[in-house]
Design a protein around this ligand. Structure first.
Ligand SMILES: Nc1ncnc2c1ncn2[C@@H]1O[C@H](COP(=O)(O)OP(=O)(O)O)[C@@H](O)[C@H]1O
Ligand SMILES: [Mg+2]
Length: 259
């Protein structure tokens, strides 16, 4: 049965797509069967994992899966272990579809969609948009774990408690299985005192929730948006700071060593 993990926060530019893409890639490389669902109309994780522009998937995205009430025909196979349900600009119309045509609990539409295929994957990874909108609420409400991404800046810092409230509301009212996996601090710029200060502040405010690993701002990590993950000559350098987080995450969600 797949463990479902959402990478989220309502702030943009904090590394959600980069991190959810990298973790999907690392899990698949380790032999796990992974389905990554793109719930952001920007389609960034779609681009990162498929090396195709989101517009290439027009008519074959998560939006059409919702409309058809069937996700299977919209699963794109990148490799044997790594599958993606893409998103494009039209996902911006999801709310309209849900409020006019969806029968059932609107917050559980994604959960309903993935329920029949959970047995086919070890992990379902969900990337989210930078807002507390229907795609985000659906991602959180269909998850076992939520990883909160927080760049070391003031507006990311003030977004954390509001996002955690959303996760707790979902756990209390919609899906009792959803748990906070932790807060990952990202985009740390070691040359800036304010960046270091927010890393420390988040650590002091959420001592039991933060992951020990802090992701630094690093050119090669940023360039995976250009180079991708599959034919990237500097991949080791780009991913090295993620290996520690990957191990921490597996520990937190109770994944045993894969043999
Ligand atoms: N650790 C990093 N160092 C440098 N640049 C990064 C890093 N992580 C992500 N980026 C870049 O920063 C931008 C925002 O990251 P992204 O993953 O798209 O964030 P989000 O999905 O939260 O909006 C992208 O251009 C991405 O390539
Ligand atoms: Mg993104």
């Amino acid at each position: 049965m797949a463990k479902v993990i959402t990478f989220g926060i309502q702030k943009g530019g904090v590394g959600k797509s980069t991190t959810s893409g990298i973790i999907s890639y690392l899990l698949a490389n380790d032999g796990y069967k992974v389905l990554t669902i793109d719930m952001d109309s920007q389609g960034n994780v779609t681009d990162l994992l498929t090396n195709l522009e989101p517009s290439e998937f027009e008519g074959e995205t998560i939006l059409e899966a919702f409309e058809a009430n069937d996700i299977k025909p919209y699963i794109y196979q990148v490799t044997e272990n790594l599958h993606v349900v893409p998103a494009d600009d039209y996902l911006a119309t999801l709310a309209r579809f849900l409020y006019t045509n969806f029968r059932g609990n609107i917050s559980l539409a994604l959960n309903d969609l993935i329920e029949p295929i959970k047995g086919e994957y070890d992990f379902i990874i969900i990337d989210t948009p930078p807002s507390l909108s229907e795609p985000m609420v659906n991602a959180v409400c269909s998850s076992d774990y939520v990883v909160v991404l927080a760049e070391s800046s003031k507006w990311a810092f003030t977004a954390i408690p509001r996002f955690i409230d959303t996760v707790e509301f979902a756990a209390k009212n919609v899906n009792p299985n959803v748990k906070l996996a932790g807060i990952l601090r990202t985009m740390n710029d070691s040359r800036r005192a304010d960046s270091k200060a927010f890393v420390e502040l988040i650590g002091e405010e959420y001592p039991n929730t933060v992951f020990k690993t802090v992701i630094k701002r690093k050119a090669s990590t940023g360039r995976i948006a250009i180079e991708g993950l599959f034919q990237n000559k500097e991949l080791n350098d780009a991913l090295d700071q993620y290996y520690e987080f990957y191990e921490e995450l597996k520990n937190r969600i109770g994944v045993e060593e894969h043999v």
